[in-house]
Design a protein around this ligand. Sequence first.
Ligand code: ADP
Length: 375
Amino acid sequence: MGMQLHSQKNHPLKILVVEDNPLDRALYKRMLTRAEGPFDFRIFETGSAKEGLDLSRQDHMDCILLDYQLPDADGIDFLRTLRAEGDSDTAIVMVTGQGCEKTAVEAMKLGALDYITKSSIPDGFFVQSILNAIERAQLKTQISRYQRELEKSNAALSDFTNTVAHDLKAALRRIISYCDILREEVWGKLNDEEKGYIDRLSVNTQRLHQLVDDLLSYARTIHGREEKVQKDLGKVVEEAREDLGAMIAETGAKITAGPLPVLSVYPVRIKQLFENLLSNAIKYRSDAAPVIHVWAEERDGEWVFSVRDNGLGIAPEYREKIFREFERLHSQDKVEGSGLGLAICQKVVELHDGRIWVEPAEGGGSVFKFTLPKE
Ligand code: ADP
């Protein structure tokens, strides 16, 4: 067994038998008390659903062995009431008659962990089924506890990040304002060298401000909460292009797109992906005006997307490195950037179970390629 069942001699596993036939109850009890192993059972029993519910409210049971047909209710009603009252960590094993698969399936949907047919009980799997169900219930409880803790600590971390980013940006904006004041008030009294210092102070502070924004967007892309939706990727490219409107107008970039599919994606992240690839294709341009084409092909059960530019191109030794955080091959002074854009792209693609890479384009430039699985 994968996990140590939480049972010791002084902490016996509590089993509630809800079964109206006294002979069956006696049989279950005998099998449980005679079972061999490092565990001990404490058995509660009742013939009515009402009393069964009362007993389980009074005392936390590790497992309820539930007959599917009781004089005052059926097993499914019993389960519904139990779950409605918020009990989610008791293991339920349903005991059904022959040919009651439908009841069994319904019981499993309501969280029963196993079912046994009455006729199979003497076969000897009985005790093991109960132990397995208890183990699974304990695991489920533990997992949901970890999950709650994780969600809480993620939320706390995200609050912390937002506060730090906000305060940092406020301080940086103040520095930028003071540089502006210096320019207005004392510019005339400064020599060129002194003016240069102020310019550099201002530019570097602006970069730091941008870096904080980029880091935030990186953290949000990775940890943000988002549901997948069916999205027309042609529309996504269109939206990304609109967001880059100023850059496109400034550089005279031409962006065209072939037909793109509708896929189930994280919409905000996928837009960020296209926006980063398109803005890089414009940023790292050669002397010619940027000409960019986006298209998709179906290949081996997945979609392969391409974003081709006629820009500077990327030397073979850098084609893998550029996807790492803070890796840049163009110096800060030539092109602004923090080296997080492609790292974000890679994370987004991986979150969709895809891959991303870059190939040289014919006649110079690069083709960034990524895959997204078909449904
Ligand atoms: P940033 O643009 O902020 O520097 P990225 O992670 O987006 O960061 O890109 C990393 C590096 O990869 C860039 O600094 C640049 O040198 C190179 N690069 C990215 N896209 C292209 C492209 N389309 N053409 C040429 N080089 C590129």
